[in-house]
Ligand binder design. Structure first.
Ligand code: LLP
Length: 414
Protein backbone atom coordinates (compact mmCIF):
# COMPACT_ATOMS: atom_id res chain seq x y z
CA UNK A 1 0.00 0.00 0.00
CA UNK A 2 1.64 3.21 -1.17
CA UNK A 3 -0.39 5.27 1.29
CA UNK A 4 1.70 3.68 4.04
CA UNK A 5 4.66 5.67 2.67
CA UNK A 6 2.62 8.85 2.50
CA UNK A 7 -1.09 9.29 2.77
CA UNK A 8 -0.80 11.74 -0.13
CA UNK A 9 0.59 9.11 -2.52
CA UNK A 10 -2.02 7.06 -4.37
CA UNK A 11 -3.19 5.84 -7.75
CA UNK A 12 -6.17 7.70 -9.15
CA UNK A 13 -7.74 6.26 -12.30
CA UNK A 14 -4.60 4.13 -12.67
CA UNK A 15 -2.16 7.08 -12.55
CA UNK A 16 0.09 7.77 -9.56
CA UNK A 17 -0.67 11.10 -7.89
CA UNK A 18 0.90 13.05 -5.04
CA UNK A 19 -1.53 15.38 -3.26
CA UNK A 20 -3.85 14.91 -6.22
CA UNK A 21 -1.26 16.05 -8.78
CA UNK A 22 -0.69 13.53 -11.56
CA UNK A 23 3.00 12.70 -11.54
CA UNK A 24 3.19 11.73 -15.20
CA UNK A 25 2.03 15.22 -16.14
CA UNK A 26 4.84 16.69 -14.03
CA UNK A 27 7.41 14.34 -15.60
CA UNK A 28 6.24 15.42 -19.06
CA UNK A 29 6.22 19.12 -18.23
CA UNK A 30 9.55 19.33 -16.39
CA UNK A 31 11.43 16.29 -17.68
CA UNK A 32 13.19 13.62 -15.65
CA UNK A 33 15.00 12.97 -13.32
CA UNK A 34 12.61 15.04 -11.24
CA UNK A 35 12.22 15.27 -7.48
CA UNK A 36 8.66 15.92 -6.29
CA UNK A 37 7.79 16.74 -2.67
CA UNK A 38 4.49 16.89 -0.81
CA UNK A 39 4.22 20.06 1.28
CA UNK A 40 1.37 18.62 3.34
CA UNK A 41 3.39 15.53 4.25
CA UNK A 42 6.20 17.74 5.57
CA UNK A 43 3.72 19.90 7.52
CA UNK A 44 1.98 16.86 9.00
CA UNK A 45 5.25 15.41 10.24
CA UNK A 46 6.24 18.69 11.90
CA UNK A 47 2.83 19.02 13.51
CA UNK A 48 3.18 15.43 14.76
CA UNK A 49 6.54 16.33 16.33
CA UNK A 50 5.07 19.45 17.96
CA UNK A 51 2.14 17.50 19.37
CA UNK A 52 4.28 14.62 20.60
CA UNK A 53 6.81 16.92 22.27
CA UNK A 54 5.00 19.96 23.65
CA UNK A 55 7.43 22.65 24.74
CA UNK A 56 10.35 21.19 22.81
CA UNK A 57 12.27 23.04 20.12
CA UNK A 58 12.20 21.09 16.87
CA UNK A 59 15.21 21.99 14.74
CA UNK A 60 14.78 20.61 11.23
CA UNK A 61 18.03 18.93 10.12
CA UNK A 62 18.78 20.93 7.00
CA UNK A 63 21.29 18.33 5.76
CA UNK A 64 18.40 16.04 4.83
CA UNK A 65 17.17 18.51 2.22
CA UNK A 66 18.48 22.06 2.00
CA UNK A 67 15.98 23.42 -0.50
CA UNK A 68 15.14 26.89 0.88
CA UNK A 69 11.42 26.35 0.22
CA UNK A 70 11.50 23.27 2.43
CA UNK A 71 13.43 25.07 5.18
CA UNK A 72 10.88 27.90 4.97
CA UNK A 73 8.01 25.44 5.22
CA UNK A 74 9.56 23.99 8.39
CA UNK A 75 10.05 27.50 9.74
CA UNK A 76 6.39 28.31 9.11
CA UNK A 77 5.52 25.34 11.32
CA UNK A 78 7.63 26.86 14.09
CA UNK A 79 10.73 24.75 13.54
CA UNK A 80 14.28 25.97 13.92
CA UNK A 81 17.27 24.54 12.06
CA UNK A 82 20.00 22.06 12.86
CA UNK A 83 22.94 23.00 10.65
CA UNK A 84 26.39 21.57 9.88
CA UNK A 85 27.96 24.18 7.64
CA UNK A 86 28.13 27.86 6.77
CA UNK A 87 26.08 27.06 3.68
CA UNK A 88 23.27 25.57 5.75
CA UNK A 89 23.39 28.60 8.05
CA UNK A 90 23.11 30.91 5.04
CA UNK A 91 20.18 28.93 3.60
CA UNK A 92 18.39 28.82 6.97
CA UNK A 93 18.77 32.55 7.60
CA UNK A 94 17.63 33.31 4.04
CA UNK A 95 14.59 31.10 4.59
CA UNK A 96 13.76 33.25 7.61
CA UNK A 97 14.68 30.89 10.44
CA UNK A 98 15.28 32.88 13.62
CA UNK A 99 18.94 32.66 14.73
CA UNK A 100 17.65 31.92 18.24
CA UNK A 101 16.35 28.60 16.89
CA UNK A 102 19.53 27.46 15.13
CA UNK A 103 21.91 24.83 16.53
CA UNK A 104 25.22 24.06 14.88
CA UNK A 105 26.89 20.61 15.01
CA UNK A 106 29.82 19.12 13.09
CA UNK A 107 33.34 17.90 13.81
CA UNK A 108 35.14 20.23 11.42
CA UNK A 109 33.71 23.72 11.60
CA UNK A 110 36.17 26.18 10.03
CA UNK A 111 37.18 29.46 11.66
CA UNK A 112 35.27 31.30 8.93
CA UNK A 113 32.12 29.28 9.62
CA UNK A 114 32.43 29.78 13.38
CA UNK A 115 32.83 33.51 12.87
CA UNK A 116 29.74 33.62 10.63
CA UNK A 117 27.64 31.68 13.15
CA UNK A 118 28.88 33.72 16.13
CA UNK A 119 28.07 36.96 14.32
CA UNK A 120 24.63 35.57 13.49
CA UNK A 121 23.89 34.99 17.19
CA UNK A 122 22.70 31.40 16.83
CA UNK A 123 21.21 29.56 19.80
CA UNK A 124 23.93 27.00 20.46
CA UNK A 125 27.15 25.47 19.17
CA UNK A 126 27.28 21.71 19.57
CA UNK A 127 31.00 21.35 20.14
CA UNK A 128 32.84 18.13 19.33
CA UNK A 129 36.42 18.58 20.67
CA UNK A 130 38.71 20.44 23.10
CA UNK A 131 40.36 22.24 20.23
CA UNK A 132 37.04 23.50 18.94
CA UNK A 133 36.29 24.95 22.40
CA UNK A 134 39.56 26.89 22.30
CA UNK A 135 39.05 28.24 18.80
CA UNK A 136 35.42 29.14 19.48
CA UNK A 137 36.45 30.96 22.66
CA UNK A 138 39.19 32.84 20.81
CA UNK A 139 36.96 33.96 17.93
CA UNK A 140 34.11 34.89 20.28
CA UNK A 141 36.56 37.04 22.25
CA UNK A 142 37.77 38.76 19.11
CA UNK A 143 34.16 39.52 18.12
CA UNK A 144 33.28 40.69 21.63
CA UNK A 145 30.65 37.97 22.10
CA UNK A 146 29.86 35.27 24.62
CA UNK A 147 28.57 32.16 22.87
CA UNK A 148 26.33 29.37 24.13
CA UNK A 149 27.73 25.88 23.87
CA UNK A 150 26.75 22.27 24.38
CA UNK A 151 29.19 19.41 24.17
CA UNK A 152 28.31 16.50 21.97
CA UNK A 153 28.49 13.38 24.09
CA UNK A 154 28.79 9.95 22.71
CA UNK A 155 26.73 7.61 24.84
CA UNK A 156 28.20 4.49 23.15
CA UNK A 157 24.83 3.11 22.16
CA UNK A 158 24.37 0.86 19.15
CA UNK A 159 21.52 2.34 17.08
CA UNK A 160 21.24 -0.91 15.07
CA UNK A 161 21.38 0.84 11.73
CA UNK A 162 23.83 0.92 8.81
CA UNK A 163 27.43 1.36 10.10
CA UNK A 164 27.96 4.45 7.88
CA UNK A 165 25.10 6.25 9.64
CA UNK A 166 25.81 5.10 13.22
CA UNK A 167 27.34 8.04 15.01
CA UNK A 168 27.05 7.45 18.74
CA UNK A 169 29.49 4.60 19.16
CA UNK A 170 32.96 4.72 20.71
CA UNK A 171 34.85 4.32 17.45
CA UNK A 172 32.99 7.09 15.62
CA UNK A 173 34.57 10.49 14.92
CA UNK A 174 31.58 12.25 16.44
CA UNK A 175 31.35 13.66 19.94
CA UNK A 176 33.35 12.51 22.96
CA UNK A 177 32.67 9.80 25.52
CA UNK A 178 30.96 10.91 28.72
CA UNK A 179 34.15 10.70 30.80
CA UNK A 180 36.04 13.01 28.45
CA UNK A 181 32.95 15.19 28.13
CA UNK A 182 33.05 15.89 31.87
CA UNK A 183 36.59 17.21 31.49
CA UNK A 184 35.50 19.28 28.50
CA UNK A 185 32.62 20.81 30.47
CA UNK A 186 35.00 21.76 33.28
CA UNK A 187 37.40 23.22 30.73
CA UNK A 188 34.65 25.08 28.85
CA UNK A 189 33.34 26.45 32.15
CA UNK A 190 36.62 28.30 32.58
CA UNK A 191 36.67 29.89 29.14
CA UNK A 192 35.32 33.37 29.57
CA UNK A 193 33.75 33.84 26.14
CA UNK A 194 31.76 30.61 26.34
CA UNK A 195 28.60 29.90 28.29
CA UNK A 196 27.86 26.24 28.84
CA UNK A 197 24.11 25.81 28.32
CA UNK A 198 23.44 22.34 26.97
CA UNK A 199 24.18 18.70 26.33
CA UNK A 200 24.04 17.36 22.79
CA UNK A 201 23.82 13.79 21.57
CA UNK A 202 22.91 12.15 18.25
CA UNK A 203 23.28 8.39 18.04
CA UNK A 204 22.63 7.74 14.37
CA UNK A 205 20.10 7.77 11.59
CA UNK A 206 17.31 5.55 10.18
CA UNK A 207 16.53 4.17 13.63
CA UNK A 208 13.34 2.10 13.51
CA UNK A 209 13.46 0.58 16.98
CA UNK A 210 13.27 3.25 19.67
CA UNK A 211 15.07 1.28 22.39
CA UNK A 212 18.54 2.74 21.63
CA UNK A 213 16.99 6.18 22.24
CA UNK A 214 15.90 5.11 25.71
CA UNK A 215 19.40 3.92 26.53
CA UNK A 216 20.98 7.12 25.17
CA UNK A 217 18.48 9.37 26.97
CA UNK A 218 19.12 7.53 30.26
CA UNK A 219 22.87 8.10 29.94
CA UNK A 220 22.39 11.75 29.02
CA UNK A 221 20.01 12.35 31.94
CA UNK A 222 22.43 10.75 34.37
CA UNK A 223 25.16 13.00 33.03
CA UNK A 224 22.84 16.02 33.24
CA UNK A 225 22.38 15.44 36.98
CA UNK A 226 26.13 15.12 37.40
CA UNK A 227 26.70 18.43 35.61
CA UNK A 228 24.00 20.18 37.63
CA UNK A 229 25.74 18.98 40.79
CA UNK A 230 28.95 20.49 39.49
CA UNK A 231 27.14 23.82 39.23
CA UNK A 232 26.40 23.98 35.51
CA UNK A 233 23.12 25.53 34.46
CA UNK A 234 22.04 23.20 31.71
CA UNK A 235 19.16 24.82 29.84
CA UNK A 236 18.96 22.45 26.87
CA UNK A 237 19.12 18.73 26.27
CA UNK A 238 19.47 18.11 22.56
CA UNK A 239 18.85 14.48 21.63
CA UNK A 240 19.55 14.91 17.92
CA UNK A 241 17.60 13.33 15.08
CA UNK A 242 17.59 9.82 13.72
CA UNK A 243 14.03 8.51 13.71
CA UNK A 244 13.72 6.18 10.72
CA UNK A 245 11.13 5.87 7.97
CA UNK A 246 9.53 3.13 5.90
CA UNK A 247 11.70 2.23 2.91
CA UNK A 248 10.79 -1.43 2.41
CA UNK A 249 7.20 -2.62 1.99
CA UNK A 250 7.47 -4.68 5.18
CA UNK A 251 8.80 -1.77 7.28
CA UNK A 252 6.65 0.64 9.23
CA UNK A 253 6.80 4.41 9.38
CA UNK A 254 7.41 5.15 13.09
CA UNK A 255 5.59 8.18 14.44
CA UNK A 256 7.11 10.98 16.51
CA UNK A 257 4.66 9.87 19.23
CA UNK A 258 6.44 6.47 19.36
CA UNK A 259 9.66 8.33 20.06
CA UNK A 260 7.92 10.52 22.65
CA UNK A 261 6.59 7.47 24.47
CA UNK A 262 10.13 6.16 24.71
CA UNK A 263 12.02 9.25 25.82
CA UNK A 264 9.59 11.54 27.65
CA UNK A 265 9.39 9.24 30.70
CA UNK A 266 13.20 9.25 30.87
CA UNK A 267 13.57 13.04 30.73
CA UNK A 268 10.46 14.07 32.67
CA UNK A 269 12.34 15.23 35.78
CA UNK A 270 14.86 17.24 33.83
CA UNK A 271 14.39 21.00 34.01
CA UNK A 272 16.10 21.69 30.69
CA UNK A 273 14.24 22.30 27.42
CA UNK A 274 14.31 19.43 24.95
CA UNK A 275 15.69 19.99 21.45
CA UNK A 276 15.24 17.46 18.65
CA UNK A 277 16.87 17.53 15.21
CA UNK A 278 14.76 15.39 12.87
CA UNK A 279 15.61 15.32 9.17
CA UNK A 280 14.65 12.09 7.44
CA UNK A 281 11.46 11.55 9.46
CA UNK A 282 10.22 14.97 8.32
CA UNK A 283 11.05 14.98 4.60
CA UNK A 284 12.02 11.40 3.68
CA UNK A 285 8.65 10.05 2.65
CA UNK A 286 7.47 13.46 1.43
CA UNK A 287 9.66 13.06 -1.65
CA UNK A 288 9.86 10.85 -4.69
CA UNK A 289 12.24 10.76 -7.61
CA UNK A 290 10.70 10.38 -11.06
CA UNK A 291 12.74 8.75 -13.76
CA UNK A 292 12.08 7.47 -17.29
CA UNK A 293 13.01 4.09 -18.71
CA UNK A 294 15.54 4.56 -21.52
CA UNK A 295 16.45 1.01 -22.50
CA UNK A 296 15.92 -2.59 -21.57
CA UNK A 297 18.76 -5.05 -21.78
CA UNK A 298 18.66 -8.78 -21.41
CA UNK A 299 21.91 -10.64 -20.88
CA UNK A 300 20.23 -14.01 -20.55
CA UNK A 301 21.12 -14.61 -16.93
CA UNK A 302 20.41 -11.01 -16.02
CA UNK A 303 17.89 -8.36 -16.98
CA UNK A 304 18.45 -4.60 -16.78
CA UNK A 305 16.09 -1.65 -16.80
CA UNK A 306 18.20 1.39 -17.68
CA UNK A 307 16.72 4.67 -16.48
CA UNK A 308 17.70 8.34 -16.70
CA UNK A 309 18.35 8.81 -12.95
CA UNK A 310 21.77 7.76 -11.76
CA UNK A 311 23.91 7.62 -8.66
CA UNK A 312 24.63 11.31 -9.13
CA UNK A 313 20.91 11.95 -8.52
CA UNK A 314 20.44 9.38 -5.74
CA UNK A 315 23.58 7.92 -4.23
CA UNK A 316 21.97 6.04 -1.32
CA UNK A 317 21.73 2.63 -3.06
CA UNK A 318 25.39 2.80 -4.13
CA UNK A 319 26.65 4.21 -0.85
CA UNK A 320 24.65 2.26 1.74
CA UNK A 321 23.11 -0.51 -0.36
CA UNK A 322 19.90 1.28 0.57
CA UNK A 323 16.57 -0.10 -0.59
CA UNK A 324 14.19 2.30 -2.33
CA UNK A 325 10.83 1.01 -3.46
CA UNK A 326 10.19 1.59 -7.17
CA UNK A 327 6.79 1.64 -8.86
CA UNK A 328 5.55 2.54 -12.36
CA UNK A 329 3.54 5.77 -12.61
CA UNK A 330 0.71 3.98 -14.37
CA UNK A 331 -0.95 0.91 -12.92
CA UNK A 332 -1.30 -1.13 -16.09
CA UNK A 333 -1.46 -4.93 -15.79
CA UNK A 334 2.10 -6.11 -16.24
CA UNK A 335 3.86 -9.41 -15.65
CA UNK A 336 6.52 -9.41 -12.93
CA UNK A 337 10.21 -9.84 -13.71
CA UNK A 338 13.43 -9.92 -11.74
CA UNK A 339 15.66 -7.06 -12.82
CA UNK A 340 18.36 -4.57 -11.87
CA UNK A 341 17.32 -0.94 -12.23
CA UNK A 342 20.44 0.95 -13.24
CA UNK A 343 21.41 4.50 -14.18
CA UNK A 344 23.47 5.92 -17.04
CA UNK A 345 26.60 6.71 -14.99
CA UNK A 346 29.84 4.90 -15.83
CA UNK A 347 30.12 2.95 -12.59
CA UNK A 348 29.07 -0.59 -11.73
CA UNK A 349 27.79 0.86 -8.47
CA UNK A 350 25.31 3.01 -10.37
CA UNK A 351 22.11 1.20 -9.52
CA UNK A 352 18.78 2.05 -7.94
CA UNK A 353 17.78 -1.57 -7.31
CA UNK A 354 19.38 -5.00 -7.65
CA UNK A 355 17.57 -8.27 -8.39
CA UNK A 356 14.24 -6.57 -7.81
CA UNK A 357 10.94 -8.39 -8.49
CA UNK A 358 8.89 -5.68 -10.15
CA UNK A 359 6.40 -5.05 -12.96
CA UNK A 360 8.00 -5.45 -16.40
CA UNK A 361 8.26 -1.91 -17.76
CA UNK A 362 8.92 -0.68 -21.28
CA UNK A 363 10.99 2.02 -22.93
CA UNK A 364 9.41 5.41 -22.22
CA UNK A 365 7.60 4.31 -19.05
CA UNK A 366 7.99 6.49 -16.01
CA UNK A 367 8.97 5.15 -12.59
CA UNK A 368 8.72 6.63 -9.11
CA UNK A 369 11.57 5.93 -6.70
CA UNK A 370 10.00 6.31 -3.26
CA UNK A 371 11.29 7.68 0.05
CA UNK A 372 13.77 10.04 -1.59
CA UNK A 373 12.89 13.35 0.09
CA UNK A 374 15.80 13.05 2.52
CA UNK A 375 19.44 12.65 1.47
CA UNK A 376 18.36 12.45 -2.17
CA UNK A 377 18.88 15.78 -3.90
CA UNK A 378 21.02 16.91 -0.94
CA UNK A 379 23.65 14.27 -1.78
CA UNK A 380 23.45 14.65 -5.55
CA UNK A 381 26.41 15.66 -7.68
CA UNK A 382 27.51 16.55 -11.21
CA UNK A 383 29.38 13.30 -11.74
CA UNK A 384 29.64 12.48 -15.46
CA UNK A 385 28.74 16.15 -15.93
CA UNK A 386 25.09 15.47 -15.37
CA UNK A 387 23.07 18.54 -14.43
CA UNK A 388 21.28 18.16 -11.12
CA UNK A 389 17.57 17.42 -11.18
CA UNK A 390 14.67 19.85 -11.04
CA UNK A 391 12.62 19.95 -7.81
CA UNK A 392 8.87 20.51 -7.65
CA UNK A 393 6.65 20.98 -4.60
CA UNK A 394 3.00 19.91 -4.74
CA UNK A 395 0.24 20.93 -2.40
CA UNK A 396 -3.49 20.26 -2.53
CA UNK A 397 -3.73 19.79 -6.28
CA UNK A 398 -1.30 22.53 -7.31
CA UNK A 399 2.44 22.56 -7.92
CA UNK A 400 5.44 24.87 -8.24
CA UNK A 401 9.07 24.51 -9.24
CA UNK A 402 11.26 25.04 -6.16
CA UNK A 403 14.53 24.50 -8.00
CA UNK A 404 15.09 24.55 -11.73
CA UNK A 405 17.03 21.92 -13.60
CA UNK A 406 20.64 23.00 -14.11
CA UNK A 407 21.96 23.70 -17.59
CA UNK A 408 25.41 22.81 -18.96
CA UNK A 409 26.18 26.50 -19.26
CA UNK A 410 25.35 27.18 -15.63
CA UNK A 411 27.51 24.32 -14.40
CA UNK A 412 30.53 25.38 -16.49
CA UNK A 413 30.16 29.11 -15.85
CA UNK A 414 31.76 28.65 -12.43
N1 LLP B 1 21.55 15.81 13.98
C1 LLP B 1 22.82 15.44 13.70
C2 LLP B 1 23.90 15.92 14.57
C3 LLP B 1 23.08 14.60 12.62
O1 LLP B 1 24.33 14.22 12.36
C4 LLP B 1 22.00 14.16 11.80
C5 LLP B 1 22.25 13.30 10.64
C6 LLP B 1 20.71 14.59 12.11
C7 LLP B 1 20.52 15.41 13.22
C8 LLP B 1 19.50 14.19 11.30
O2 LLP B 1 19.29 12.84 11.32
P1 LLP B 1 17.97 12.19 10.68
O3 LLP B 1 16.78 12.63 11.52
O4 LLP B 1 17.85 12.69 9.30
O5 LLP B 1 18.23 10.75 10.74
N2 LLP B 1 23.13 10.33 4.33
C9 LLP B 1 22.62 9.32 5.23
C10 LLP B 1 22.17 9.90 6.55
C11 LLP B 1 23.26 10.66 7.27
C12 LLP B 1 22.77 11.31 8.54
C13 LLP B 1 23.79 12.24 9.08
N3 LLP B 1 23.40 12.93 10.26
C14 LLP B 1 21.50 8.56 4.53
O6 LLP B 1 21.22 8.84 3.37
O7 LLP B 1 20.94 7.64 5.10
Amino acid sequence: MLTEYSKYLEYKKGELCLEGVQLKALAEEFGTPLYVYSASHIRDRLVAYKEAFPGALICYAVKANFNPHIIALAKDEGAGADIVSGGELYASLKAGVEPSKIVYAGVGKTAKELEYAISSDILMFNVESFMELDILNEIAGRLGKRVRVAIRVNPDVDPKTHPYISTGMKKSKFGVDIKTAKKEYEYAGKLKNLKVVGIHCHIGSQILDVSPYIEAAQKVVEFYHELVKLGFEIEYIDLGGGLGIKYKPEQSNPEPSDLAEAIIPVIKDVKAKLILEPGRSVVGNAGILLTQVQFLKDKGHKHFVIVDAGMNDLVRPAMYEAYHHIVPLDRRERPYIKTDVVGPVCETGDFLALDREMPAVERGDYLAVLSTGAYGFAMSSHYNLRPRACEVMVEAGSYKVIRERESYQEILRL
